[in-house]
Design a protein around this ligand. Structure first.
Ligand SMILES: NC(=O)c1ccc[n+]([C@@H]2O[C@H](COP(=O)([O-])OP(=O)(O)OC[C@H]3O[C@@H](n4cnc5c(N)ncnc54)[C@H](O)[C@@H]3O)[C@@H](O)[C@H]2O)c1
Length: 301
């Protein structure tokens, strides 16, 4: 089966990145979200990212207009009738995702594979919301999608070997490689990362160190490219909180309880890069730590 038309559900941070990557690798994409306004924002963000890529000579030099012409922006499931593959990137809430899979099951042809780009929700659970659990797989893309070469691929309880092989082929067609793991909430990456980020927020809350110094320790002592709080801002603090909630609920283990400072920041609209402010302020020319002498706004505690 050749993979030509790909449905991308959710046009936020991840959905826009997946759609861009697919269109840049020659796929026809149907990008679906709840409103035209959200879709217009996704379109603008893809265009901006491609101009940025061409500035740094990262893309293949194709004009943004030609890449965008391969993406159909829609709020309607009908164009998914000939989708060969779907990547779902909807907000990390089970009630929302479950409803989306019911719609997809109706709209997509039987052969179509559903790949869930979730941070923590069990792929077996997602498969159970469809009539095709053997054709449901986890595909945990990394952010920013067009720049990250590796994807965590999650095998749900009923995921077939054929679906795993199709997934490898699909990722190769996007210029990526998959690492297959078995299903467990948070998989490998976010079982570790979400706890690390949460503990880093506790350190800031307890005033053990500033956000900037926590990150500097990871970068200069451990050689990480980014510190945990910079990573949290990139992912989105709302998504981090939702993922911790999923892990807490899935394992019934208090080690996943979200730090109150994280909840406070999400309530205050500090969602990280996408909202302009999180642990750092992105509204200034160069990101400034929030609450530092150079930063703007409230203290982090
Ligand atoms: N942000 C990251 O770094 C990252 C990395 C890997 C995986 N993920 C996962 O990817 C998924 C999306 O995350 P994101 O960061 O793009 O979030 P986001 O908040 O930027 O985007 C989510 C999008 O889903 C849309 N949506 C919500 N309900 C919908 C529905 N019923 N139908 C269609 N669209 C709907 C929203 O309108 C929004 O545009 C989440 O499950 C998240 O856990 C995120």
């Amino acid at each position: 089966m050749s993979i030509e038309t790909v449905g991308v559900i959710g046009a936020g941070v991840m959905g826009a990145g997946v759609a861009q990557n697919l269109a840049q690798t020659g796929h026809r994409v149907v990008l679906l979200d709840l409103s035209d306004e959200i879709l217009a924002r996704a379109r603008a963000s893809i265009e901006r990212d491609m101009r940025f890529q061409s500035l740094f000579k990262k893309g293949d030099g194709e004009r943004p207009a030609d890449v965008l012409a391969r993406i159909e922006f829609t709020t309607d499931y009908t164009p998914l009738a000939d989708a060969d593959f779907v990547v779902e990137n909807v907000t990390e809430r089970w009630e929302l995702k479950r409803g989306v899979y019911a719609e997809l099951d109706e709209a997509c042809p039987e052969r179509c594979v559903f790949a869930a780009n979730t941070s923590a929700i069990s792929i077996t659970r997602i498969g159970s919301a469809t009539r095709r659990p053997d054709r449901v797989v986890g595909m945990h893309f990394m952010n920013p999608v067009p720049l990250k070469p590796t994807v965590e691929v999650i095998r749900g309880f009923h995921t077939s070997e054929e679906t795993i092989q199709t997934s490898h082929r699909f990722l190769k067609g996007m210029g990526k490689e998959g690492i297959v793991v078995n299903d467990s909430p948070g998989f490998v990456s976010n079982r570790v990362l979400m706890l690390t980020v949460n503990e880093a927020v506790f350190l800031v809350q307890e005033q053990v160190a500033s956000a900037e110094d926590v990150d500097r320790i990871f970068k200069t002592c451990f050689g990480h490219k980014m510190g945990p709080l910079e990573t949290a801002d990139l992912i989105g603090l709302d998504t981090i909180l939702l993922s911790l909630d999923v892990l807490y609920e899935s394992f019934n283990d208090s080690k996943y309880r979200p730090c109150t400072l994280l909840k406070k920041m999400v309530d205050a609209g500090l969602h990280g890069r996408k909202s302009g402010r999180g642990f750092y302020n992105y509204e200034t020319h160069a990101p400034q730590p929030v609450g530092s002498r150079n930063g703007h706004g409230g203290e982090l505690r």
